[in-house]
Design a protein around this ligand. Structure first.
Ligand code: 3PG
Length: 192
């Protein structure tokens, strides 16, 4: 499911994870992505400010979409269905989450919103498969065993492709990308 979006993400290959401070600085970061020829970004819903913070992040996603229509924008750290809805309304084209929240996944499937939930164990991969998902985030990649773990998961789950994030950097991202069961990698190092 959601192969078309996953294919576009695979073409980008390395997707920057952006934490929002405010609208303007995020627009500058998005401009930097365009300058570097990066075709997609993940803007994360990370805030200590509750709903006003989430609203500001949704507004940021909307502004980035308006200012850079050619840039694919996904929403990250989408930890519940309400945030998925906010992200979709703001114009996000895909949803990423650190873990697999069934209510988020169900909302996304019901609303035809491409979703790439995070998994860390074979049981979570099985749960994702039960929803028909074949492209998953693998988070936090390095802490979970990184390349060794992804190679181990390729045995029982040949139909699954992963987007590792968490501890990916300039030194190790090429080795991750070379794995057959990796469709793209993500991380905050790209635009920092
Ligand atoms: C994520 O949400 O994907 C991670 O926080 C990114 O991890 P990194 O900061 O180690 O790249």
């Amino acid at each position: 499911m959601f192969e078309t979006t996953a294919e576009k993400m695979a073409q980008v290959g390395v997707i920057p994870v952006i934490t929002v401070k405010d609208v303007d600085s995020t627009l500058e970061t998005a401009a930097k992505a365009i300058e570097k020829g990066i075709g997609a970004v993940e803007i994360t819903f990370r805030t200590n400010d509750g709903n006003p913070g989430y609203r500001m992040i949704a507004e940021t996603i909307k502004k980035v979409r308006e200012n850079f229509p050619g840039l694919m924008v996904g929403a990250g750290t989408v930890i519940n269905a309400e945030l998925a809805e906010m992200a979709k309304d703001a114009g996000a084209e895909f949803i990423v989450s650190p873990g697999l929240n069934p209510s988020t996944v169900e909302w996304c499937i019901d609303n035809k919103m491409p979703v790439f939930p995070g998994v860390a164990t074979p049981s979570e991969v099985e749960l994702a498969l039960s929803y028909g998902l074949t492209h998953l985030k693998f988070f936090p990649a390095e802490a979970l065993g990184g390349i060794k773990m992804l190679k181990a998961l390729s045995g029982p789950f040949p139909q699954i492709k992963f987007m590792p994030t968490g501890g990916i950097n300039e030194e190790n991202y090429v080795a991750y990308r070379e794995l057959k069961n990796v469709f793209c990698v993500g991380g905050s190092w790209v635009l920092n």
